[in-house]
Design a protein around this ligand. Sequence first.
Ligand code: AMP
Ligand code: ZN
Length: 476
Amino acid sequence: MRIYNTLSRKIEEFAPINPPAVGMYTCGMTVYDFAHIGHGRKYVGDDILRRTLAYLGYTVTHVQNVTDVGHLSSDADSGEDKLEKGAKKTGKNVWEVAEEFTTHFYKSMDALNVLRPDIICKATDHIKEQVDLVGRLVAKGFAYDTSEAVYFDILKFPSYARLFGQKLEEKKTAARSEVKTGVHKKHPADFALWFKRVGRFADHSMHWESPWGDGFPGWHIECSAMSMKYLGDSFDIHTGGTDHISIHHPNEIAQSEAATGKPFVRYWVHHAFLIVDGKKMSKSLGNIYTITDVKAKGFDPLALRYLYLTTHYRKLLNFTWEGLEAAAKGLERLREVMAQFREARERTMLSADKLAKVDLLRKKFTEAISDDLSMPEALSVVWEVVKTNIPGYDKYDLLLDLDQVLGLNLASSVQHSASSVVIPEDVVNLVNRREELRRVKKFAQADEVRKAIEKKGFAVEDRPEGARIKQLKITF
Ligand code: AMP
Ligand code: ZN
């Protein structure tokens, strides 16, 4: 498989540390508000990556965090904790807010058929791991204590700018305009590892004891602490939205590599954003749609999943209701043909060239997904399967196989009837023998074999695409 690695800014051949095992960490939601269709895009993107790896034979351990403390309104250190803000808005306490939106998030992901990560870890359940990691950074001289917070000293980590490829000087100006607080920082882009419950955070409702006083962890440290706890100091894949390239992920790399002295992550995968009608989603524009909104308009959430697949994950996706309508039609059509293929309830002998066709289509699909997750191409192979000249039942089987990656739940959309016919092996052998006799023009003998097949309760029909077997109705 080839995948674009933000770290090298190149499409690279994927080579995990301990194949076939793959460790994959995805930054999860900050659970202070409803998950929207932009989140859906990002997490379906991760799900496609995970399913692709599994399809290609890797054994994936997928870890995802839940941010329930420490994420301020800016990804840098300014503003208010998003959870505290959510609590004020709803009149609930922070724990209730976290619970409500975590549940909503995973329900939304279930509706989009996103496989649950193997490990879901909450920041607030891992305070000890975060305090320990901050302790290691302080002990090694990568962090310094001030009256307001413990900060990471980015100038001690020379490769800090590697991921975003910008000069640290440019970052300095950007960070300076962003950070109105943090007066004790040595460098404007230094970031908090541990906030103390003082000053603007004197009333912070989530807080824990630490060697640096009562307080709470900064946002970035949770991802370093939890990913390394579950996947080891060095692991294969880390994903996130493109918004994490400039702050959150460089901070994770700095914290982890400074603490362990080892490379943190091999492949950094970043998903592009979803916008609505050409504009960024925002409360003021009233264009933040949730999965519930999608359902309320009569759409199956899997139509949204289909829509996500039509744009490559590194390209901006412009959501429109018309686009969703078209995706829904595509999915509906796919379901219709699946039902037809399934209802055929017949097994056709596949001649060698038909088998080759199935293999070729599967290969084409595998090539598309292996080529930096080219899902638009993979979808076009799906339609090629629908149109190709092979028997329906074989298309059905092939599409079900491909659906392991697509996750469009094609099987459940089909009405299963109890009369699925299993053709005994001796009948299959007879049909093959008859085909061979017909090929060498021994028609009389072929006819004898046909009678033998009928005696066993099956009929054989000759079709341009090959022999078709049907179970005869049993009459008493
Ligand atoms: P947050 O809850 O803000 O931390 O976001 C969780 C993840 O969703 C992050 O990786 C973001 O990059 C991603 N995300 C947020 N908004 C969008 C969007 N409109 N399109 C795609 N991804 C998004
Ligand atoms: Zn993260």
